[in-house]
Design a protein around this ligand. Structure first.
Ligand code: NDP
Ligand code: TDO
Length: 301
């Protein structure tokens, strides 16, 4: 199988390089033509939508996996045009190119397409109503892919973290080294999901063969708040010997932590469609976190 992985330096892209390698010949793109380990890659800037189709058609893959995105939730409020080009227009162009050459497309979207007013885990067909520019741009990306006619799987995931890249886990570990007390919102509920799980599920889907199109929710099981997640990070990181001291983690309300973009209060995703369609088992968020952190005996991931 010939694969084109767009965005090899992000947290999901980094894990996809590992997970997709056994599936065949993988061509990787980054924004500046260089992978994080300094290995050269193809160069692709999704802020320039016209360049996208040329690359897809030149590489002529069987499958395109698009892990690149504009993910700066607060900054997106001030850069809506750029967020839209990267998260909506370019994915639409990728999908159109896939349709032309008969390639399948795997793409990722977000829980931030919902407004967070739901009372039970969101299903794929529940009404969307993004609260901010990032969520709106990702929703527009889903729609342009959906309308392209390309065979596609869009995996909506949430609260992604890992040991690589920029994410909440790494922010908490950094702050733990700097402060005696962390203040973290306890009234936003979701499902922390490690990047390795997203990559492993993507590889499993491709290994089994994708003969469907649509949106599927992919998150680790269970739910917590950002505060609950931070407490679990401190607990597990402390046990793994990663902390020189364990700060107190104080629960606060969203109004006590003002941010440029509003976030959904509740964005747990129902994964039944994915699990049933592809016969998968997903770990709960707590054991997935424990499996992500290095152990004193060495790194588990
Ligand atoms: N992070 C999260 O919590 C969540 C993420 N998702 C979705 O999952 C997918 C993967 O996200 P994740 O790995 O966390 O994201 P990251 O922010 O870790 O990585 C995004 C990657 O996209 C690249 N990128 C950004 N702008 C451009 C551009 N103009 N042209 C080319 N590449 C660009 C970045 O490049 P560079 O390295 O050069 O900056 C980076 O490598 C995305 O679709 C995201 O929307 C969904 C839910 C939650
Ligand atoms: C750093 C920090 C954040 N927070 C709050 C702010 C926010 O409400 C929440 C999460 O913070 P972050 O800004 O790190 O996370 P955020 O960028 O909102 O994360 C989102 O990223 C995008 C890409 C997604 O698609 C989402 O699923 C989600 O993972 O925690 C605190 O309460 N205390 C803190 O010290």
């Amino acid at each position: 199988m010939r694969l084109l992985l767009i965005g090899g330096n992000g947290q999901v892209g980094h894990e996809l390089r590992r997970a997709l390698a056994p599936l065949g010949d993988v061509v990787v793109t980054t924004r500046d033509g260089l992978l994080s380990d300094r290995v050269p890659s193809e160069n692709l800037d999704l802020a320039q939508p016209p360049a996208v189709a040329d690359l897809v058609e030149r590489v002529a893959p069987d499958v395109v996996v698009n892990a690149a995105a504009y993910t700066a939730v607060d900054r997106a409020e001030d850069e809506p045009g750029l967020a839209h080009r990267v998260n909506a227009e370019s994915p639409g162009r990728i999908a159109e190119a896939c349709k032309r050459i008969g390639a399948k497309l795997v793409h990722y979207s977000t829980d931030y397409v919902f407004d967070g007013q739901g009372l039970r885990p969101y299903r794929e067909d529940d009404p969307t109503a993004p609260l901010g520019v990032y969520g709106a741009s990702k929703l527009a990306g889903e729609e342009s892919i959906g309308g392209s006619g390309a065979q596609h799987v869009i995996l909506r995931t949430a609260w992604v973290y890992g040991l690589h890249g920029s994410n909440f886990l790494r922010t908490m570990l950094r702050l733990a080294g700097e402060r005696d007390e962390l203040r973290v919102v306890a009234d936003q509920i979701g499902s922390p999901t490690p990047a390795w799980l997203i990559a492993d599920v993507t590889a499993a889907l491709l290994r089994g063969g994708i003969d469907t199109s649509g949106v599927f929710h992919l998150v680790a099981g269970g739910q917590t708040s950002w505060h609950g997640f931070a407490e679990a990070i401190m607990h597990d990181a402390g046990k793994a010997g990663l902390l020189t001291r364990e700060p107190r983690v104080l629960p606060i309300t969203t109004s006590e932590f003002p941010t440029r973009a509003a976030r959904p209060a509740y964005s747990v995703l129902d994964t039944a469609r994915l699990v049933e369609q592809f016969q998968l088992e997903l770990p709960d968020w707590r054991s997935a976190l424990a499996a992500t952190l290095p152990t004193t005996a060495g790194c588990t991931r």
